[in-house]
Write a protein that binds this ligand. Structure first.
Ligand code: ATP
Length: 621
């Protein structure tokens, strides 16, 4: 969420709650004895002998006896008290003098105040926790305010975000402009009896600017913007979510024309009936039902538009997507080259750039980055430059920032012994050499044995352009690069280490997709064997389709293993043929820890022998 959102804080007013009553009752009970004692005369303290002589004189009217005290009243109206002693004759004496006798079992205040106090304390703590746990936004006072919506309200004019602040989302902006135009002049759209959509669903991977788009729509239309996340509806109690939805619509209708934005709507909008009977799902379903009912309940003329965002459209309940509800779907995809350039321009607007920075080049080397990633790179670069006290952010800072975003921060403090360092160098030199020699893969920009994130070393390949399609040969080359590290370890040490586990996982996943999704196995043919197409949406790699037989599943496993093994053979072939280059690169890595792509080219040139390595042959397994 951006920070330029202005939240309205209502003036704090006293609000009645049952909690106040409980505190008042407790205070009265506890203070009563003190107050009473202030207004009544204190009883006289008698010795036991004085007490007995008063009884003997017939001056005592009544006594109240407890196990260790005797309180009494004299005939003249005054009161007294004395300590009770073990005196078997006292009763006879009192009866003889016709004194009114009462007994009392004292109640210890600890006996009842403490449990009540503890109970109230627990009660208070539970309510506080439940209010705080869900984010506590919204500022509704009192412990019985669960049902209040937690939406944050930003007045349209104050949102400060417009479509100009969004880069690379041209089509989404065009779709949303229709909404702003409608909010500005609804009559024009209804002239011929048409109805505007009530809801717009923004669909796209994380960080692509969905929240920003919704905010900009409100900003452009100059209408109030109610925003909250799907998870903020959900509370421990059944029914709370539904009443929050109701409250949200009541609030929004009062401010109409307005935009309601529900981020991560999948938290409440998941398919109904998919529950296993858990209470939480009942709550979610009730919330969703209420949302559906509210969406049916307002007329498009009200000027209320719902915008929701999700990166998991496949899990949404179909009822949410039918006409009259979220019938508009706006796809907000990852930005392309020109999109990234626009985003770079927007976010570097107030950043001092050194002359060697080329935004075009930065856009080119960041395919697959979302808008949020690009913004993050710029911020990281600016932080790096200021840490080094530079006057401007240089190209090298952007390089480091991209590396950090891709592979995590450097972890120079992770101590490796000499042997481990050698293994990592051999491994990375294997990847780098395969990448430098195979024709269909991205260029090697840098290889390093400085640990980053979870990796002990890494080979950074830089794409030269955005890719939307890949041929079988390219995928096979990619696999060979992934297995280059393992191949090198095997050749140099005759055994492999645990360091290749991540490479193996990625290689196996890719090979499996080649078989089950892309129909690239001659044995199984051009059939789709992976589960549900929708589940694959937005990168979620699926399992096999449930209808696949065990025999086919076994063939899939065999084919996957064969493709990976073939790729390993290719990698082994390359490193065997270029063994001197591999050794030179390993040595260089051990000395310098980081070697650039240009240096790798130079090493290759020097060591290249007149081999008849069929690089192209290697690429087409
Ligand atoms: P999520 O699905 O995780 O909620 P989102 O799609 O809603 O993510 P935003 O919260 O809108 O993403 O984006 C995060 C930040 O990334 C924005 O505040 C903005 O700085 C930057 N950003 C993302 N996309 C763009 C874009 N297209 N143009 C400019 N900035 C962008």
């Amino acid at each position: 969420m951006s920070t330029n959102q202005t939240e309205r804080t209502p003036p704090r007013r006293f609000k009645f709650s049952y909690w106040h009553v409980a505190i008042a009752v407790l205070a009265i009970v506890m203070l009563r004895p003190i107050v009473t004692s202030l207004f009544t005369a204190a009883p006289a303290d008698y010795s036991y002998s004085e007490f007995k002589s008063a009884v003997g004189r017939g001056a005592v009217q009544s006594v109240e006896i407890t196990p260790d005290r005797i309180d009494g009243a004299l005939n003249d109206g005054s009161s007294f008290r004395t300590v009770r002693v073990d005196d078997p004759g006292l009763m006879d004496l009192l009866e003889a003098q016709r004194v009114n006798i009462r007994g009392r079992v004292p109640s210890s205040w600890v006996g009842w105040i403490l449990p009540i106090g503890l109970m109230l304390g627990f009660w208070f703590w539970m309510f506080r926790r439940m209010r705080g746990g869900a984010g506590g936004a919204g500022g509704a006072g009192g412990i019985f305010s669960f049902s209040k919506s937690k939406a944050r309200l930003t007045e349209g004019q104050q949102s400060g975000v417009t479509f100009d602040d969004i880069g690379g989302a041209g089509e989404a902006v065009t779709d949303l402009r229709e909404i702003t135009d409608f909010l500005a002049s609804p009559e024009q759209f209804q002239r011929l009896g048409g109805k505007m959509p009530k809801g717009v669903l923004l669909v796209g991977p994380p960080g692509t600017g969905k929240t920003l788009l919704a905010k900009a729509t409100a900003g452009e239309a100059g209408v109030p913007f109610f925003s909250l996340s799907g998870a903020e509806f959900v509370e421990m109690f059944v029914g709370v979510g539904a009443s929050r939805v109701r409250d949200l619509f009541v609030q929004a209708k009062k401010k109409a024309p307005a935009i309601i934005f529900i981020d991560e709507i999948d938290a409440i909008g998941g398919r109904r009936g998919a529950s296993m009977g858990y209470a939480t799902n009942d709550e979610r379903e009730q919330t969703l039902n209420q949302l559906l009912a509210e969406m049916d309940g307002f007329q498009p003329t009200t000027g209320l538009i719902l915008i929701a965002a999700t990166n998991r459209p496949e899990v949404l309940d179909p009822a949410l997507l039918r006409p009259g509800r979220f019938d508009r779907r706006v796809i907000v995809g990852l930005p392309d080259l020109s999109g990234r350039l626009e985003i770079l321009k927007i976010h570097t607007d107030d950043i001092t750039l050194a002359p060697d920075v080329s935004l075009e080049n930065l856009a080119r080397i960041t395919p697959g980055f979302s808008g949020a990633d690009v913004a993050n790179v710029i911020n990281e670069a600016a932080l790096l430059a200021s840490r080094e006290d530079k006057d401007a952010v240089a190209a090298a800072d952007f390089d480091s920032a991209i590396e950090r975003v891709i592979a995590g921060s450097e972890r120079r403090t992770r101590a490796m012994n000499e042997h481990e360092k050698k293994v990592v160098a051999v491994h990375e030199a294997g990847h780098a050499l395969a990448a430098a020699l195979l024709p269909n893969v991205d260029q090697v920009h840098k290889v390093s044995i400085i640990p980053r994130g979870n990796a002990l070393g890494y080979t950074w390949q830089r794409p030269v352009e955005d890719r939307y399609l890949m041929g079988q040969g390219e995928l096979q080359d990619r696999l060979a690069v992934l297995l280059g590290g393992r191949a090198a370890e095997k050749l140099v040490f005759s055994e492999v280490s645990t360091g290749a586990s991540d490479d193996l996982a990625r290689a196996t996943d890719l090979a499996r997709r080649m078989v089950t999704e892309y129909g690239m196995s001659d044995d199984l043919g051009p059939v789709r064997l992976a589960a549900d197409m929708q589940a694959q949406y937005l990168g979620a790699s699926g399992h096999l389709h449930p209808s696949i037989s065990a025999t086919t599943a076994a063939r899939v496993d065999n084919e996957t293993a064969r493709i990976v093994k073939d790729a390993l053979e290719v990698a082994l072939g390359i490193i065997t043929s270029y063994r001197p280059a591999h050794e030179a690169l390993t040595r260089r890595l051990c000395e310098k820890e980081t070697v650039s792509g240009a240096e790798i080219d130079a090493i290759l040139k020097r060591a290249r022998k007149a081999h008849t390595v069929a690089v192209n042959g290697g690429a087409t397994v």
